[in-house]
Design a protein around this ligand. Sequence first.
Ligand code: HEM
Length: 476
Amino acid sequence: MDKLWILQVTAVFLSAIILLLYKNSYRFRSKHRRKPLPLGTLGWPFLGETIEFVSCAYSDRPESFMDKRRSMYGKVFKSHIFGNPTIVSTDAEVSKFVLQSDAKAFVPSYPKSLTELMGKSSILLINGSLQRRIHGLVGAFFKSPHLKAQITRDMQKYVQESMANWSEDHPTYIQDETKTIAFQVLVKALISLNPGDEMEFLKKQFQEFIAGLMSLPINIPGSTLYRSLQAKKKMVKLVKKTIQARKNTSGISNFPKDVVDVLLSDTSEQLTDDLIADNMIDMMIPGEDSVPVLMTLAIKYLSDCPAALQQLMEENMKLKRHKDQLGEPLCWSDYLSLPFTQNVITETLRMGNIIIGVMRKAMKDVEIKGYLIPKGWCVFAYFRSVHLDENHYDWPYEFNPWRWQDKDMSTCNFTPFGGGQRLCPGLDLARLEASIFLHHFVTQFRWVAEDDTIVNFPTVRMKRRMPIWVKRRGDP
Ligand code: HEM
């Protein structure tokens, strides 16, 4: 009996210990249990789902790749594109979290040819305090009223010069015209170079340079990447000549006249001549690409929407007449004060998705909204799906500038310029340039657009460079 009693007590005691251990281990496991990977498939070995992604990207509905997976797996799913296992986010909140994270969690991730061409010290690739320093310096300069006044003067001059040459007898290619204008404006703001032989040389080299940005990562003589790197070397030489001349002569004044001045005035000694030269060239990319595409797409959408064009023209004519009566030229704040013009630009940014999204790489396991993003995986924050989501925008494929009349732009559902740590520092500039171009265009011309289509890959552009037939208006 005694023995039985001892056995019973021991059994109860042991069970209590086992229960306690189990409970503790359960608590430990649930605290440290990894959240699941998002649903989805990694596709074929090595190729993953890249072929399907690219074939959708070339179509007029690049987001169909995402739409199909969204309906099967939800707004965040896993895939394998461009050689990397990737978590694709079409969820505005998840993308916001990724953009706002610092370099301990996510760093930029670009294809190899792109990183080789941009160079290690490009603002698009560096992280931490150096990125924040350059971002801060450049962003503050681009926001300054002083620069905006200069950009307005330059832009007005280049726009007038360009438009004076437009003929009524043959088509004008809007994409080409806007590229020339926006490149000149940005190069002036970056290194104070005026139109002329050196500008022509730079533009020629630059076109060779960007051809390599989306090329195969093969750097042998004759390859696109090789030619592109050679062109970059020539541009670096030209920019370094400017830097040296600036150092030799003026000293840096209190009012920087361009971005070179701004970066040279930094006293941290981290900003070497190589770093400044590399970044000047990378910052020319929006002048040849994003800004002219914004202007061209606005013309495309307006050509297809006569009611919006009429209202835009009336708003701009009113301002022009008012300024003519006062005998004053337009200043930058005049251009930005036109509400409907701004709505046209905002709607163009939403529909055009000039930058479809941004890529990051996870530096550690990160959990967001119940999803796991494993260390080493890429994240593709895909803005296009959010901008075209009918839950955020009624009739999302319709160009409707009026939708912005009482809609808030500063939400995570509208991120054409990215967000967080790397929010585009050139966003004010891009809007200002587009406003000036639209003003002069709609107040001086009527036009008929030839048929053309938007190509979305590898960058957004018009297939036929947006040919239009113009007719000059009489006096307003
Ligand atoms: C329509 C025109 C433009 C669009 C749609 C656009 C879009 C963007 C986006 C989405 C990013 C974020 C990239 C990321 O998070 O990895 C970005 C970054 C950047 N943009 Fe723009 N951009 C435009 C015009 C400009 C202009 C005119 C400049 C002037 C030089 C500029 C300079 C930059 C720079 C320097 C960064 C990198 C910021 C950093 O990483 O700290 N952009 N842009």
